[in-house]
Design a binder for this molecule. Structure first.
Ligand SMILES: Nc1ncnc2c1ncn2[C@@H]1O[C@H](COP(=O)(O)OP(=O)(O)OP(=O)(O)O)[C@@H](O)[C@H]1O
Length: 610
């Protein structure tokens, strides 16, 4: 399928230089094709001249006179014969063309000995799977030859095949997943583990194509991707399965790479994302990458059950409503998110009934990130409190209409501890790191068409959007810029994408008291005309939320501080809460399921340090 490159809107001197270089290269290639005969003759003349010089130097000095005389006589005769000079020039050119021809030895026609052995042993291994005793003319038979069974093959430099087409008998049950899996497993084992293979079954022609997939690029750093609002780049994939490419900068270079683009918003068919992976495989990195892209057009709320400060770089940034690491903070902010989703829905619904466009305060996308909710589930159970996941029900169920997107990440083995709502409504799925075909099929709904490998770099995995195909995925490197192990180039790439720090309107910053495990930080968005700050409690009496109110407010880090981890210095906070009545009209929206009986502060607020 033809790939459609996106327009390069970021043209600069580097791009022009690259384009000029490409033009020059194309012109040189065309010129080489046109001038090929001349080049051949020139090369031949050079070789003839070299041969003549060699002959001259090899001739003993006492015989050089005779040789010279002979050559002069020939030249004279040629000059005197009619058409002699013309014929001589033609003969010279022909001799030069013959001498100047390309003499690189042609590739041997068939495979060499070791390759033939490899193909024969693969053929023998397939015999039990592709033959039955009733077949009068079996394609696969012990001691048979592979030539008819493998009509096309290519080998790589190491002698292992890179492409193979396998014919199989029509009675092979290629429609059964199990039968296919058996063949794929065998081929993977026989062709060399550690490589990723793509199997393409052509059921009409009874052909199976096996291709070795090249590794996905791991050197793409976080950057401002050329995407439309509502589009998020999850990572990069193979060129065969997507129809567009993204122009990327890679150092001084630019290159086009096929992305996996996830669409969110009211027209999205998979408005929420679930990311699963083994520990250390890059799930938090993917969330950070999505968060940095989400900040371009929306606000976000981050709840981190891992509690390792992976999102510290986002604290206090414009558009970041909160970064929560403690259970109390997680409950408070997720309650607020549920109430805000309801408020937006009611507002949109009312506007629609009155024939008005959706109000502006419902249009800015709100993103809720929940990393490692299973960690909170255990804490909440121990404390006898609500599992924060239960508060995601309304954002997950109704988020699409309210421009609220939920992203959940957890470890692969925590799949069972995820709530039904999370599992039902996250139709965009990503699995990172090593995973068995069964695990991938459980999370993605279908197994991938490629063989999962055991050793993969961080950020490598598979993605599936709704009922679409399963894509191989490599997440762009988006490390924590405050991590000492992060390289300078990657740190700079991430820091460049961070929005500026929010300026508090009142400038008030209060050191926060230490309280329970976890740190909770809210950032002040609009605090003018606010009443006296008041600390909300997650379990406190419900506080009504106001339609159209700014989502949250609070202050976390000293504004303009150096980009150092907030944990390295005393955490400060300005706490405030604005109780506002929830419109009773909420009850009118029958589509909305009440997430929780209680409502929460519209302008939430607080910070705790552990
Ligand atoms: N796409 C990527 N490209 C390059 N390095 C990556 C990528 N993703 C993750 N890494 C590196 O792998 C390591 C682990 O990443 P990360 O913390 O995101 O994993 P995790 O799955 O969230 O781990 P944990 O479960 O421990 O929180 C980090 O050092 C990170 O820099």
């Amino acid at each position: 399928m033809a790939r459609r490159p996106l327009p390069r809107i970021l043209s600069n001197g580097g791009a022009q230089l690259a384009r000029s270089r490409e033009l020059a290269r194309t012109a040189a290639d065309s010129a080489t094709d046109v001038l090929q005969p001349l080049i051949t003759i020139a090369r031949g003349l050079r070789r003839l001249a070299a041969a003549a010089r060699r002959r001259w130097s090899e001739t003993p000095k006492d015989r050089r006179g005779a040789l010279l005389f002979l050559v002069a006589s020939v030249v004279l005769v040629v000059a005197l014969v009619p058409y002699g000079p013309l014929l001589a020039v033609i003969a010279l050119m022909a001799a030069a063309a013959w001498q100047g021809r390309d003499r690189t030895p042609a590739e041997p026609e068939g495979p060499d000995g070791s390759r033939t052995t490899r193909l024969q042993s693969l053929y023998e291994a397939l015999v039990p799977y592709f033959s039955i005793t009733e077949d009068p003319e079996p394609l696969y038979v012990h001691g048979g030859t592979w030539e008819k069974a493998f009509p096309a093959y290519e080998f790589d430099g190491t002698g292992r095949f890179a492409h193979l087409v396998i014919r199989y008998p029509a009675y092979f049950t290629d429609g059964e997943a199990e039968a296919r899996a058996r063949i794929e497993h065998l081929l993977t084992a026989k062709s060399g583990r550690g490589r990723e293979y793509r199997f393409t079954w052509d059921e009409e022609a009874n052909h199976l194509s096996v291709d070795v997939l090249p590794a996905l690029p791991t050197d793409i750093a976080a950057q401002r991707f050329v995407t439309a609002p509502g589009e998020t780049v999850l990572g990069f994939t193979d060129p065969t399965r997507v129809q567009r490419t993204l122009p990327l900068t890679h150092g001084a270079e630019r290159r086009d790479v096929p992305p996996v683009v996830w669409r969110t918003g009211i027209r999205s068919t998979e408005p929420h994302l679930l990311v699963l992976g083994q520990p250390g495989t890059g799930t938090s990195t993917l969330l950070r990458s999505v968060a940095l892209q989400a900040l371009r057009h929306g606000d976000l709320l981050i709840v981190d059950g891992g509690g390792t400060g992976e999102y510290a770089c986002l604290v206090g940034r414009d558009g970041v409503l909160a970064v929560e690491c403690g259970l109390t903070g997680a409950l408070t902010s997720l309650e607020w998110a549920a109430a805000e989703t309801e408020r937006r829905l009611i507002s949109v619904n009312r506007a629609r009934q009155e024939g008005r466009p959706a109000p502006d305060d419902t249009k800015r996308p709100l993103w809720v990130f929940l990393d490692r909710p299973s960690a909170f589930a255990h804490l909440a159970a121990a404390d006898g409190r609500k599992d924060p996941q239960s508060l995601l029900q309304v954002p997950l169920r109704h988020g699409r209409a309210a421009n609220v997107t939920v992203v959940v990440a957890d470890q692969l083995d925590a799949l069972d501890s995820l709530s039904d709502a999370v599992r039902q409504h996250t139709r965009a799925r990503v699995v990172l790191g090593p995973a068995t075909a069964d695990e991938l099929a459980t999370v993605l709904g279908v197994p991938p068409h490629t063989t999962p490998v055991e050793q993969v770099p961080p950020g490598r995995g598979y993605a599936r959007l709704g009922t679409g195909p399963v894509h191989r995925l490599q997440v762009p490197a988006t490390p924590d810029p405050y991590d000492d192990a992060t390289s300078d180039a990657h740190r700079k790439a991430v820091l460049d994408l961070l929005p500026p720090r929010t300026t508090p309107a009142d400038g008030e910053q209060v050191p926060v008291a230490e309280e329970e495990a976890g740190r909770k930080v809210f950032e002040k968005k609009d605090v003018e005309d606010e009443p006296e700050p008041e600390r909300p409690q997650a379990d406190a009496e419900p506080t009504p939320a106001a339609a159209g109110a700014a989502p949250v407010s609070a202050e976390s880090m000293p504004v303009g501080a150096d980009p150092t981890p907030p944990s390295a210095e005393p955490t400060r906070v300005a706490v405030e809460a604005t109780p506002v009545p929830v419109e009773t009209a909420a009850r009118e929206v029958t589509a909305v399921e009440p997430a929780t009986p209680e409502t929460v502060p519209a302008k939430a607020v607080a910070a705790e340090t552990s």
